[in-house]
Design a protein around this ligand. Structure first.
Ligand code: HEM
Length: 405
């Protein structure tokens, strides 16, 4: 009998193309204790309860599991990695440039820009027999968009991309490489990126432009203003979170549709279904499969099990999204699905800050691709995946068009 824990099997690279049978097994276990004392949860209602429980901490300083510990010394954690009330203050301050709550203001204004960038990218693919949807489209689109939103000049985008690649590579570590070296490189990249963004903010303080960085350094609210180090880590968080996930939603989305020509055709004919199709993709093939370690601040009972204080806790969002106790025909992709409260953007106080932007970007990206590519078909299925079990998506997605025999 295998002595591998379920967490080891879920994170094993060989299972990246199809982790869903393992998630079904996880749901049968309920709240699963691993031999190393960590806990895994994959059922919808238990995940929801834990995500909304203030006794479950997101604070990176409580983490004991050896993942993601690349926070550079001297900089405070960003708001994804702290608890309320500190989290709430920082999130509100970062939210201010977007206008009043529930009004996507600045994001809506970006819509036409996103269409232009997406069309330009697809135009550049015309005439080619074979393209890589990741490198040629899904990656450059969100990088360009988040840089425009923040106000990063075009000529500096390659540098942003370089730092982000290094930081993300630390999540993507493969078993045979040097994890310490990668973590060190990621920490250096974070410091360099935070330094760059801090200097850019300084320039915007003196000469404001119509961008988010200018708004962040000039706006005053009831909560005051972000301090210099807080500004640097917030901008770094937004830059990274603002595109790495979206890349995977676009590519997971195209992969799902190319595997289902009838769904692809239906979306071409019924573009009004695109918003619900994107929600369904966030349920069916979510880029964030599980959350990095959460930590109970006290013993917590859930699903008939007591999770002890301090035990590393992993919430497998992608498994909750396929829970048949919550979703009818959960393993079926239905672009018109209703009642679709998935965990693709998390839930609770840390729910995704950039969801309105990610939704618009992905809806535009898929629409432009469906209408701009000529008879696209997959060259390799399954495609090669990135290593990360947390941020899951193809590393490359090769697609052939009509030009190729
Ligand atoms: C949080 C997913 C796009 C910024 C989250 C969380 C998830 C998520 C699952 C919850 C993390 C947790 O509970 O610890 C996604 C997906 C995206 C996406 C799937 C694209 C398809 C974006 C974009 C931005 C962004 C475009 C920025 C403009 C953030 C931030 C947080 C967050 C700042 C932390 C929120 C907090 O701690 O209060 N995202 N995200 N995300 N996301 Fe996204």
């Amino acid at each position: 009998m295998s002595t591998e824990t379920l967490l080891e099997r879920i994170t094993a690279y060989a299972n990246r193309p199809d982790p869903y049978p393992l998630y079904a097994e996880l749901r049968e276990h309920g709240v699963a204790r691993q031999d190393d004392g960590s806990y895994l949860v994959g059922t919808y209602h238990e995940i929801a309860a834990l995500l909304h429980d203030p006794r479950i901490s997101s604070d990176v300083r409580h983490r004991t599991h050896p993942d993601l510990r690349d926070r550079p010394e001297g900089l405070p954690p960003s708001f994804i990695g702290v608890d309320d009330p500190e989290h709430d203050r920082l999130r509100r301050l970062a939210m201010r440039p977007f206008g009043p709550p529930h009004s996507p203001g600045r994001i809506d204004a970006l819509h036409d820009d996103i269409v232009d960038v997406a069309r330009e990218l697809v135009d550049g693919l015309r005439g080619r027999d074979r393209i890589d949807l990741v490198d040629d489209f899904a990656y450059p689109l969100p990088v360009t968009v988040i840089c425009r939103l923040l106000g990063v000049p075009k000529e500096d985008m390659p540098e942003i991309r370089g730092w982000t690649d290094t930081i993300i590579a630390s999540l993507d570590r493969s078993p045979d490489d040097d994890p310490d070296g990668r973590l060190r490189a990621a920490a250096q990249a974070r410091v360099a990126m935070a330094g760059y963004l801090g200097a850019l903010a300084e320039r915007r303080r003196e000469r404001p432009a119509d961008d988010m960085i200018s708004a962040l350094v000039h706006d005053d609210g009831p909560e005051g203003r972000l301090t210099e180090p807080e500004l640097m880590t917030t901008l770094t968080l937004l830059t990274i979170a603002g595109h790495e996930t979206t890349v995977n939603l676009i590519t997971n989305g195209m992969l799902t549709l190319l595997r289902r020509p009838e769904a692809l055709e239906r979306l071409r004919r019924q573009p009004e279904l695109m918003p619900s199709a994107v929600e369904e993709l966030l349920r069916f093939e979510p880029p964030v499969q599980m959350l990095p370690q959460r930590t109970p601040l006290t013993d917590i009972e859930v699903g008939g099990v007591t999770i002890p204080q301090g035990a590393p806790l992993f919430l497998v969002l992608a498994s909750g999204n396929r829970d048949p106790l919550r979703f009818e025909d959960a393993d079926h992709f239905d672009p018109a699905r209703r009642d679709n409260q998935h965990f693709g953007f998390g839930s609770g106080v840390h729910n995704c800050f950039g969801a309105p932007l990610a939704r618009i970007e992905t809806q535009v990206a898929l629409t432009v691709l469906l209408h701009g590519l000529d008879a696209p078909r997959l060259v390799e299925d399954p495609p090669p995946y990135r290593h990360s079990p947390i941020l899951r998506g193809p590393r490359h997605l090769l697609v052939a068009g009509d030009g190729e025999a």
